[in-house]
Design a protein around this ligand. Structure first.
Ligand code: ZN
Length: 88
């Protein structure tokens, strides 16, 4: 009888380890970002720092009737300032 209890304990331990291992990657935010960007989502280029960002995570800004996408708000404002300086 003792052997059976031991086997059950080992089996439960194995199941716990397996579930913990399955939960670990989904809990990582960086992994989620990596998988979403590689799943065929449209990438847009930031015209300021030339970084490629997924469309859903890009900072959208409308400058003189055209839509531009940036990696961050700072890049968007920087681009708008440069545009304003170019046109007198
Ligand atoms: Zn940028």
């Amino acid at each position: 009888m003792k052997v059976i209890i031991f086997i059950i304990l080992i089996y439960l331990l194995y199941k716990i380890i397996k579930t913990v291992r399955q939960l670990k990657p989904s809990g990582n935010k960086y992994d989620q970002f990596q998988s979403s960007s590689s799943s065929g989502e449209d990438l847009v280029e930031d015209p300021v720092c030339h970084t490629y960002v997924p469309l859903s995570q890009a900072y959208k800004k409308e400058i003189s009737g055209k839509n531009y996408y940036f990696c961050s708000r700072q890049c968007g404002e920087k681009y708008q300032l440069e545009k304003n300086n170019q046109t007198p």
